[in-house]
Design a protein around this ligand. Structure first.
Ligand SMILES: [Zn+2]
Length: 605
């Protein structure tokens, strides 16, 4: 009987914990400290490490040691790694405070990533690399996506977060939208659930309010602003950032004293000095809180942030190249390990991911940092590319060594890193004593495929041919220097290009004035119109030029680029044919290649 009583008491206290999401006073507020830290922005990474990382440690140690209720929230695995590397003594102390629950590792990821440009795979890696580091170094695993400052949030975010074992997301950036989207509001609601594409749900704070909010040594259990916020939230419960930004550091002493006073205060607001994921945990399981509204859709910006998809184009290219190379090299290494016993190069792959993934930070990949910052970003991006390429080459080489390459001509092994069958043009450089008269390429099934010599220089022939390879597969193609080619339907003249599917015609200024889909005998260009290279000349965003493309800009009529146009045939063979269009605008020269193939995917690329 006594045991039963104990069990009942335990169940009752569990039930009490489960409803702790509800206020014990009239209102409740989770006040979430932070020191927003742009890893690079108006400064470079060296300044971040030399000054801002150290300041963040010192200032928060002082607050933790002075104010017993203070809890500090800080995100970004790469910054914790720098703490370990550059300030090892302070790092030991930091570990203690994390262990005591006074310093909360927040945000889960390797750095506060832009959530729109990276592929879902690299978003997952960002979280996994962060969580792995936090688990190993501190024995903790935070449960939230913490992005007070970021330029819009795509529909994949709740799905990715949920599949990574996370339960919540907070921001305040949506208040930077120029226009309301939901009646008079810029957000669907303040606190609720956000549903992803696959139906996964996480809890979301759509407006944690200004992350640099400070208070002046006051009892915030009586604070009017917090009460008004709570009044407009579900269960009269607010989630409110306070602190500083954007150079790390800490909240002000007066703010921390205000939180201390608020916790013991006489007002009608229950103040919680909170870890960033505490409220989300308090609401678990979400199904017990039907009062939470649900939003199902995108949370993108309307003006601020739209320029981030075009600023610093090289960063976007390098990032994407790394994403592709990383996955290709991992797959090749797994196959090499399985088939040949080659050691899986996990350290090299891991380091290369870490080196480029932190540049997905919301002022880095987005193109909104100072030029000096990009000297470091480009360096890291290129080192990672080089490392992934090395891993890929050596892993593919290990498998190639085991393959039967007994062909009549020169064997060329083609690797397809995709998870689907792929049909495409392969470019290969092969050593030949003299320029070949003909190039003939035979597929593994014995059939000839379209092939051509692109160039021959210094004993090296650059050849192009059509190949089709199974998912994560290898195939041996036989390159011969004599014999006829497969029959091709490619035709090219100085203003037309045609394969078995399309016929394209250019006008004198290099614009596409006709594109016929031969399968349906349908003209795809409206009469009198053209597909053309055009330019929006003005973008009147003087305060945020890297961030914004104004609507007025894209509503304007773009200017055609028609100066010094020259059109030439740059490729003419059975595998691929292309036209090269060069033109000038001011001091800029634009070079476009318009290419068709016979035998590659969809017979074009
Ligand atoms: Zn920021």
């Amino acid at each position: 009987m006594k045991n039963n009583k104990l069990l009942k008491t335990a169940l009752l206290s569990f039930a009490f914990c489960a409803v702790s999401a509800f206020p014990q006073k009239g209102y409740k507020a989770y006040v979430v400290s932070n020191a927003h830290f742009d890893t690079q922005w108006n400064w470079d990474v060296q300044t971040s490490i030399n000054q801002y990382v150290r300041n963040t440690l010192d200032q928060n140690f002082f607050l933790i040691e002075t104010y017993p209720d203070y809890v500090f929230n800080f995100e970004g695995g790469i910054k914790y790694k720098w703490m370990k590397e550059y300030y090892p003594e302070k790092f030991k102390k930091l570990k203690e405070y994390i262990h005591q629950g006074r310093w909360h590792v927040t945000g889960s990821s390797w750095d506060a990533t832009d959530s729109n440009i990276p592929s879902p795979e690299s978003f997952f890696r960002n979280i996994l690399l962060g969580q792995e580091f936090y688990k190993k170094e501190f024995g903790v695993q935070p449960k939230d996506i913490f992005l007070p400052d970021c330029f819009g949030f795509g529909y994949t975010l709740p799905t990715i977060a949920s599949h990574a074992g996370l339960i919540g997301f907070s921001t305040q950036k949506l208040q930077w939208r120029n226009k309301p989207f939901y009646g008079n509001a810029k957000i669907p609601f303040n606190i609720g659930l956000w549903k992803g594409l696959d139906g996964s749900e996480i809890m979301a704070v759509m407006d944690g309010q200004n992350y640099t909010r400070s208070w002046n040594n006051e009892d915030i259990s009586n604070n009017k602003e917090i009460r008004n916020l709570a009044q407009n939230c579900i269960n009269k419960t607010a989630f409110k950032y306070y602190g500083t930004g954007d150079r790390g550091g800490s909240p002000t002493i007066q703010s921390v004293m205000s939180v201390e006073k608020g916790i013991k205060g006489t007002g009608d607001i229950e103040i919680i000095s909170a870890a960033s994921d505490q409220m989300f945990k308090d609401y678990l399981p979400f199904k017990n809180h039907p009062e939470l509204p649900t939003f199902d859709g995108e949370l993108l910006m309307d003006v601020h942030g739209t320029g981030c998809y075009t600023s610093q184009a090289a960063m976007k290219r390098f990032n994407r190249r790394n994403e592709q190379l990383a996955v290709a090299s991992e797959k090749a290494s797994v196959v090499a390990n399985y088939l040949t016993g080659a050691a899986y190069p996990s350290d090299e792959i891991d380091e290369s991911w870490k080196r480029f993934v932190w540049h997905q930070f919301h002022d880095d990949l987005t193109g909104t940092s100072i030029p000096k910052a990009y000297t470091f970003s480009w360096n890291d991006e290129l080192i990672s590319q080089s490392c992934f390429a090395d891993v890929l080459t050596s892993s593919v080489g290990r498998v190639a060594n085991e393959m039967n390459t007994n062909t009549k001509g020169i064997p060329v092994i083609v690797y397809n890193p995709l998870s689907t069958i792929h049909k495409g043009i392969v470019r290969a450089e092969i050593s030949l004593p003299k320029a070949p008269k003909d190039i003939c390429v035979v597929a593994p099934n014995g059939e000839k495929v379209n092939a051509q010599l692109v160039t021959y220089k210094n004993g090296m022939a650059d050849i192009a041919f059509c190949a089709e390879v199974a998912p994560i597969g290898y195939a041996v193609y036989d390159i011969r220097t004599s014999g006829s080619n497969a029959k091709s339907q490619l035709k090219v003249s100085t203003n037309t290009l045609e394969n078995r599917i399309y016929k394209l015609t250019l006008n004198k200024t290099g614009d596409i004035v006709s594109l016929i889909d031969k399968r349906n005998n349908k003209e795809l260009v409206e009469s009198g119109k053209a597909f053309r290279l055009a330019l929006f000349e003005k973008n009147e965003s003087y305060e945020w030029p890297a961030w914004e493309i104004r609507k007025k800009t894209i509503d304007a009529t773009p200017v055609s680029i028609t100066d010094n146009v020259s059109i030439s045939i740059s490729e003419n063979g059975p595998a691929c044919a292309s036209l090269c269009v060069k033109r000038q605008y001011g001091k800029s020269i634009f070079t476009q290649y318009i290419r068709m193939t016979d035998g590659a995917a969809d017979d074009r690329y």
